[in-house]
Design a protein around this ligand. Structure first.
Ligand SMILES: Cc1cc2nc3c(=O)[nH]c(=O)nc-3n(C[C@H](O)[C@H](O)[C@H](O)COP(=O)(O)OP(=O)(O)OC[C@H]3O[C@@H](n4cnc5c(N)ncnc54)[C@H](O)[C@@H]3O)c2cc1C
Ligand SMILES: *[C@@H]1O[C@H](CO)[C@@H](O)[C@H](O)[C@H]1NC(C)=O
Ligand SMILES: *[C@@H]1O[C@H](CO)[C@@H](O)[C@H](O)[C@H]1NC(C)=O
Ligand SMILES: *[C@@H]1O[C@H](CO)[C@@H](O)[C@H](O)[C@H]1NC(C)=O
Ligand SMILES: *[C@@H]1O[C@H](CO)[C@@H](O)[C@H](O)[C@H]1NC(C)=O
Ligand SMILES: *[C@@H]1O[C@H](CO)[C@@H](O)[C@H](O)[C@H]1NC(C)=O
Ligand SMILES: *[C@@H]1O[C@H](CO)[C@@H](O)[C@H](O)[C@H]1NC(C)=O
Ligand SMILES: *[C@@H]1O[C@H](CO)[C@@H](O)[C@H](O)[C@H]1NC(C)=O
Ligand SMILES: *[C@@H]1O[C@H](CO)[C@@H](O)[C@H](O)[C@H]1NC(C)=O
Length: 594
């Protein structure tokens, strides 16, 4: 009873202290904003690595227009490597704009349109050490600043920009180390987990794949050049072209070094800070602390067969197009059982040079631990034979054997960088194995797909990156990852866009159509499945349930314990419901306790 009373009083005191915290962050228009001297002190503590930031396109607008520089930057505007290294840019330019206050700065709009700061941070600490990150975190806490972590800047939900904020940029922290015998810190028994790769916060996929190749190892990573591995990718779950074979990225994370909201550096693994270890594997980036480095499991290289399939029909005689897609979809769970993962791009209305409008599926299938193309083609026969028999449908198949997995995976990428600098929002849904294996499930899926408007450059993308080991890890890995992943066969995504400079009303109409018309078609198809938090509608309704299902309540408790003031807030992240969309002001005076 007595213990209870003390605990109660303690909780009460904590709550009162927190409630008296300011409701809004300090912004440049307020007297609490740090003085030039204070910024200079921060700059000194980070060895001169503080920069004040303008949006990258500011040289293309009056009064700061500079023709030569503007021409130069316009030429590399869509290069993801360049965008990664610019504190004044992210990859998807819609997250650089702040439409509610009418601030944006595009390369594409006329020189006479003024350049607005938008959601680009005011200052950035371009970190080169853990101490730089600690200084930035402590400064943000001391001055009640909006803090944002930018790694590659690829986030589709706008989590790597925030207006009026201090940014921590991680792109220079890209060290990579291997171990054949990694012992997690604090492992009581000194037990090794085997071979691992330890990467700095800013290492991105092409760097990591190159290192793995020289070492003869594989790791569960994504399909891109410049997505980071230790940031949003692994913390959000991380799907992979070897997912069906080896599980999710987060299933294979062994240890994180983390700077907490207090500014302390701690190690998080299955032996220490285990609540955070649970949260960092699927709880979402930017929410629980700054990861300075991450250790991921590696596997020995193995051969892989990659099959590419084109299925096409003239759009005028496409009555068999959706049945072909349904047949393909129904076979996906079988492929995943065979350690094959892949992607299928559905384009029901594609303008094809010389042919006019066609309906097409382009698929790439990666089968792990295989070296015989005939064997893989035999595996695909039960799927492709019935499609080949459909009137008006043409199928082509080409398979290639690779002696190693890493070149097979990186061979899918081309161009040396991702093409970004565009405006894109996504709709998405996790589709269960159960649905695709049910009698009418595949047809119900294609009926839903056929209701969506289909543009030339906006394919529906089926990522079959689950099943297999992702499903089996449901019993083996305890983490914050949305449990719906364990039942998933396909992560379905589609894209929407608008032109730079479109009015706020036009943008809202497109967003509303996606959130209120398109996504519900799929959430209605399979209530309870949810969506992948890294590749989902930026305005996802009931995001807590969609992204984490039953894990949300515990995530909120852990967030409250490690970050009671909400220093690490991201759009549609854990705890973000307490804040406005920009993360600048709390919505409620009184804290909602978990
Ligand atoms: C071209 C492309 C291909 C993709 N391919 C895949 C794929 O194959 N598989 C897949 O699962 N996903 C894929 N994604 C989605 C990707 O996982 C997300 O965009 C993810 O958020 C990227 O993480 P990032 O750290 O690189 O990006 P950022 O936008 O810089 O960061 C994302 C989030 O993580 C936070 N964060 C970044 N670094 C840290 C850190 N060190 N500590 C704490 N928080 C941090 C940020 O604050 C932000 O909230 C792809 C995206 C694109 C654009
Ligand atoms: C921080 O210091 C460096 C080195 O002295 C300087 O180049 C930079 O402009 C300073 N940053 C700010 C924001 O003043
Ligand atoms: C900018 O430079 C380009 C290429 O050199 C030139 O064609 C254009 O006329 C210049 N524009 C202005 C406004 O100077
Ligand atoms: C533009 O790019 C060229 C070639 O990379 C370079 O030589 C030149 O200095 C750049 N000009 C400006 C103003 O940045
Ligand atoms: C937004 O800003 C632009 C450029 O400054 C201006 O032309 C436009 O009138 C503004 N729109 C609104 C709704 O304020
Ligand atoms: C899938 O991979 C696992 C792990 O390597 C292996 O044990 C299993 O036999 C493979 N399954 C098939 C069907 O090849
Ligand atoms: C298909 O695309 C063409 C060309 O963009 C367009 O005219 C036509 O309306 C589209 N058809 C459908 C069914 O969307
Ligand atoms: C490849 O698989 C086919 C079909 O299973 C088999 O007939 C053939 O012998 C295999 N080739 C090799 C080189 O193993
Ligand atoms: C599929 O179509 C694309 C685009 O026309 C082409 O580049 C590719 O080689 C085709 N693949 C197969 C297997 O036919």
């Amino acid at each position: 009873m007595r213990i209870f009373a003390i605990a109660f009083i303690f909780k009460f005191v904590l709550a009162v202290t927190a409630d008296s915290a300011p409701r809004c962050r300090c912004t440049p228009d307020r007297s609490c904003w740090p003085s030039d001297e204070q910024w200079q002190a921060l700059n000194n503590s980070v060895s001169g690595r503080l920069t004040s930031i303008q949006p990258v396109a500011w040289v293309c607008h009056d009064p700061t227009f500079n023709n030569a520089t503007c021409q130069n930057l316009t030429a590399i505007n869509t290069n993801s490597l360049w965008r990664r290294a610019q504190p004044g840019a992210v990859q998807m330019i819609n997250w650089e704009s702040w439409l509610p206050v009418n601030q944006s700065c595009y390369f594409e709009t006329p020189r006479s349109v003024p350049c607005g700061q938008g959601k680009i941070s005011k200052y950035s600490v371009v970190a080169e050490s853990v101490e730089d990150i600690q200084s930035a975190v402590r400064f943000a806490t001391a001055h009640n600043l909006r803090l944002v972590i930018k790694n590659s800047g690829h986030d589709y939900l706008g989590r790597s920009t925030a207006p009026e904020s201090l940014q921590i940029a991680t792109f220079k922290l890209n060290d990579i180390e291997f171990s054949d015998d990694f012992v997690p810190q604090g492992a009581a028994d000194g037990k090794s987990v085997g071979s691992t790769i330890t990467i700095g916060a800013g290492a991105v996929l092409f760097e990591i794949y190159a290192a793995l190749l020289t070492k003869g190892k594989i790791a569960v990573l994504g399909s891109s050049y410049t997505v980071g591995a230790a940031g949003g990718y692994v913390q959000g779950g991380g799907h992979s072209p070897i997912g069906s074979w080896k599980g999710m990225g987060s299933d294979n994370a062994i240890e994180f070094d983390v700077v907490t909201a207090e500014g302390d550096l701690i190690t998080v693994n299955e032996y220490q800070n285990t609540d955070l270890f649970w949260a960092f594997r699927g709880g979402g980036g930017g929410t629980f602390g700054v990861v300075t480095r991450a250790t991921l499991r590696t596997f020995d290289e193995a051969p892989m067969v990659v099959a590419q399939i084109n299925i096409s029909a003239l759009a005028s005689e496409n009555t068999n197009y959706w049945p072909a897609v349904a047949t393909f979809s129904s076979y996906v769970p079988r492929l995943e059982d065979e350690n094959c993962s892949g992607y299928y791009f559905m384009l029901p209305n594609l303008t094809f040079p010389g042919l006019g409008q066609i309906s097409a599926v382009a698929a790439v299938i990666l089968c792990a631990e295989r070296s015989n193309t005939t064997e893989v083609e035999d595996l695909l026969k039960p799927m492709l034979d019935p499609i080949r028999k459909m009137a008006g449908i043409t199928v082509s198949l080409q398979s290639t054997a690779y002696p190693k997995t890493v070149p097979a995976v990186t061979g899918l990428l081309s161009g040396g960088a991702d093409t970004t600098g565009n405006i894109v929002i996504l709709g998405s849904r996790l589709i269960s194995r159960e649905l695709l294996l049910s009698e009418d499930g595949p047809t119900r899926l294609t009926n839903a797909l056929s209701q969506l408007p289909a543009g030339d450059t906006e394919p529906f993308i089926g990522h079959f990156v689950a099943g297999g080991q992702v499903a089996r890890n449901g019993d083996q890995v305890r983490s914050a990852l949305n449990p719906a992943w364990r039942r998933t066969a396909v992560h379905l995504v589609w894209t929407r866009s608008w032109a730079p400079g479109a009015s706020r009303e036009d943008v809202q109409a497109i967003e509303n159509q996606l959130t209120h018309q398109e996504v519900p078609i799929f959430s209605g198809l399979e209530p309870g499945m949810g969506a992948y938090l890294n590749e989902a509608d930026a305005n996802e309704a009931d995001f807590q349930e969609s992204f984490w299902g039953p894990n949300y309540a515990r995530l909120r408790t852990i967030k409250q314990e490690w970050d009671p003031t909400g220093l690490f807030i991201t759009r549609k992240g854990v705890g973000s419901e307490d804040w406005d969309d920009a993360g600048l002001c709390r919505l409620t005076e009184k804290r909602i306790r978990p």
